[in-house]
Design a protein around this ligand. Structure first.
Ligand code: MN
Ligand code: MN
Length: 471
């Protein structure tokens, strides 16, 4: 190839860059250290409630104070709203007029899991089980034969809130859904994956020792729900709750155990709930360090994204609009102008290209792990249906911000056209007349009990949000 053609190609072709070719060793080390804080956050944030609580702990340590709708605010204030313990808005009031717009970053903190039904405990064949109703898009077979922990709250009729967390401490028991042995799986093995495992079949093994006393020993001939009784007795002894109380409970079975480094080089992190805590953590850390920025910055931990963002803790809810309205009122700004000039990074994960399954990806438009944070113009399915298709102007604005700050970023869509699809909270925020675009970290095995990310991508996401907040 002649020098001329080589030069021309360099000038005209797009080239995806790896973080490892752009960053020096000290920067890579910084990324590895950042991931340690993230791994800790991941371990303590397995439900949206836990993520909100962990987020508030971090915000408080950085001087953030609780805010109520209607409170007066002034530039430099660092505030947060705890929305029913399940979603969170944090913001730092800027020194410029609110009408210059707010820099919003929004991630979700709910993840696919197995919620317990309200009538959940039953006994069969000498075993105690919990019935579940799965939450979000799971591949059901992945949730069998792995250790599960129970997380959540039980609200007693008197209003007392009891937190439940069983299965994370190494001395705790864990729970499990059984599967067939291969020796007897002939029929199951020939079924399609989506019919071989059913939602009603995802019942969790929680006990096997019948309740017995000296006077009334266990009798196999009339088992009499003694295993169920023993389980309820254990719950009563530990938490003071009865079967009735489980009606007003939000208990979820999630994969038990901590996030772990992946690989001999420890460059990746495996864990439950990267989608979307791998974006929630960097947006939180980026806002937590802001001191009196020019533009007001806001960070959102949303609930319910995995089931359609409905309700008053999801992004279809009114809270964001109400907060902007109240802030506008107290700062003497017109809320419509504030929204029109605001811009949002919908921080959600991308599907990382997986060389074991290349057939579902179109490689040139796929997110490559290790190539930085992913800017996604649109999501959706079947011809961009159900998406916020960000404007080219918004894409250009982000390119400028990231390139000026030296952020390593790439652009991608989910996979091959018509192979499937997905959505994020982007469209619900854009519907408020706010320019919005998706930005996130590539994930392997998305929605599996154990998802994988590259630590350098996580760090580039953080740097991207820092650049965004300061621009
Ligand atoms: Mn997500
Ligand atoms: Mn998801």
């Amino acid at each position: 190839m002649s020098e001329e053609i080589k030069k021309l190609k360099e000038q005209l072709f797009y080239k995806k860059r790896s973080v490892y070719e752009v960053r020096d060793d000290a920067q890579i080390e910084a990324a590895m250290r950042f991931a340690e804080g993230y791994a800790k956050f991941l371990d303590e944030s397995k439900t949206e409630r836990e993520a909100v609580a962990a987020g508030i702990r971090i915000l408080k340590s950085k001087g953030f104070k609780p805010y109520k709708l209607g409170d007066n605010v002034k530039p430099g204030d660092k505030l947060y709203i705890d929305n029913r313990g399940k979603s969170l808005l944090a913001f730092v009031i800027g020194t410029e007029s609110l009408e210059c717009g707010i820099r919003i970053s929004a991630a979700h903190v709910d993840s696919p899991r197995l919620d317990l039904k309200q009538h959940t405990i039953y006994e069969d064949g000498g075993f105690g089980y919990l019935k579940t109703h799965y939450y979000g898009g799971i591949r059901k077979y992945q949730w069998t034969t792995i250790p599960l922990a129970l997380h959540g709250v039980v609200i007693r009729a008197d209003g007392a809130s009891i937190s439940v967390n069983i299965g994370e401490d190494e001395n705790d028991p864990v729970f499990c859904i059984t599967d067939l042995l291969p020796h007897l799986a002939k029929d199951q093995a020939t079924k399609a994956l989506d019919s071989a495992f059913t939602g009603e079949g995802l019942n969790i093994l929680v006990g096997s020792r019948p309740y017995a006393t000296k006077d009334e020993p266990f009798d196999t001939k009339s088992p009499d729900e003694r295993v169920k009784l023993a389980i309820l007795k254990a719950l009563y002894d530990k938490y003071g709750i009865t079967e009735n109380d489980l009606i007003s409970a939000e208990l979820s079975a999630v994969p038990a155990g901590k996030a772990r480094d992946i690989g001999l080089d420890r460059a990746m992190l495996g864990g439950y709930g990267h989608d979307d805590r791998v974006c929630a953590y960097p947006i939180l850390m980026a806002i937590a360090e802001l001191e009196a920025p020019a533009h007001t910055a806001m960070c959102i931990f949303a609930d319910k994204e995995e089931i359609g963002s409905e309700g008053n803790t999801g992004m279809k809810g009114r809270l964001l609009a109400d907060v902007i309205s109240e802030l506008s009122k107290t700062l003497g700004a017109d809320e419509h102008i504030v929204r029109a000039n605001s811009i949002c990074l919908s921080a959600d994960v991308a599907a990382g290209f997986d060389p074991l399954y290349p057939e579902v990806f179109e490689k040139s438009n796929s997110a490559i792990c290790g190539c930085g944070v992913v800017l996604t113009k649109f999501t959706g399915s079947r011809g961009k249906s159900g998406t916020n298709d960000a404007s080219a102007e918004t894409v250009a604005r982000m390119r400028r911000i990231f390139d000026e700050a030296g952020v390593v970023w790439q652009t991608a869509e989910l996979g091959k056209v018509d192979q499937g699809g997905g959505g994020t909270v982007a469209m619900y925020i854009a519907n408020h007349n706010i320019d919005t675009i998706d930005l996130g970290v590539p994930v392997l095995s998305m929605h599996a009990p154990f998802e994988i990310i590259s630590k350098v991508d996580l760090y580039e996401a953080y740097l991207a949000h820092v650049a965004f907040n300061n621009k």
